[in-house]
Design a protein around this ligand. Structure first.
Ligand SMILES: [Zn+2]
Length: 222
């Protein structure tokens, strides 16, 4: 069957593309992007582009590029270990204050940052490192910051990441297990947290990062 043939061809091509390989893909507006694969997900590649932007792109849209690709160096302003204690502490505090008993954990070498009801809230090392890396935040955190018209800085990204994960836990606690993952209830809780908790958490990260980074002043202030 034709369809099976197409899938077979795609999956054969997928196997050729790995982390570090130079690739090209076309944006919705027709613009051609060239970049390097940062990581391979279940259905997407995370691609660091020559333009400096980072995109998640479905496997089928990505082709191997010809010639060398030079992407701007992305360097985190400090290590994850600098911010991890505060991330865990603030998350545990918010859970406690909302009457939720749930462990908060950290996992090295993975991106995966999530809330699992009746199990845990997890922060992945790569996700935390990404929040500490200057550049356009192309993840949920970045889109949340834009939604609430908050300037994208490392302290703001870390504070929003915490509010985002805790909002999942609070929404689940308040509305039950059947609400949409990023639905109306989730966003009403997130908005509450952004209004009541976000500014203070951002201030704490601003102070912490000011002590630990030699980054330009513009990166230090929220
Ligand atoms: Zn989420």
């Amino acid at each position: 069957m034709q369809l099976q043939h197409i899938f077979a061809t795609l999956s054969k091509k997928q196997q050729l593309l790995q982390k570090g390989e130079g690739v090209t893909f076309t944006m919705r507006d027709g613009k051609e992007q060239r970049g390097v694969i940062m990581s391979v997900g279940r259905v997407n590649y995370r691609i660091h582009c020559e333009s400096g932007e980072i995109y998640r792109v479905p496997f089928a849209m990505v082709r191997l590029a010809r010639g060398p690709i030079r992407v701007p160096k992305l360097e985190a302003i400090t290590g994850v270990e600098t911010v991890l204690p505060l991330v865990l502490h603030e998350s545990a505090r918010l859970l406690r204050e909302n009457g939720i008993e749930l462990p908060v954990r950290y996992k090295a070498r993975v991106w995966s940052t999530h809330f699992r009801s009746d199990s845990h809230v997890q922060y992945g090392e790569r996700c935390l490192l990404y929040q500490l890396t200057p550049g356009p935040a192309r993840d949920n955190v970045g889109s949340n910051l834009r939604r609430f018209r908050i300037t994208t800085t490392a302290p703001a990204r870390l504070a929003m990441l915490i509010c985002h994960e805790i909002a999942h836990a609070v929404a689940h606690h308040r509305y039950g297990p059947h609400i949409a993952h990023h639905g109306r209830q989730f966003y009403s809780v997130l908005q509450e947290l952004v209004e009541t908790e976000f500014p203070e958490i951002r201030n704490r990260f601003t102070e912490l990062l000011a002590e630990h980074t030699q980054a330009p002043a513009s990166l230090k202030t929220a």
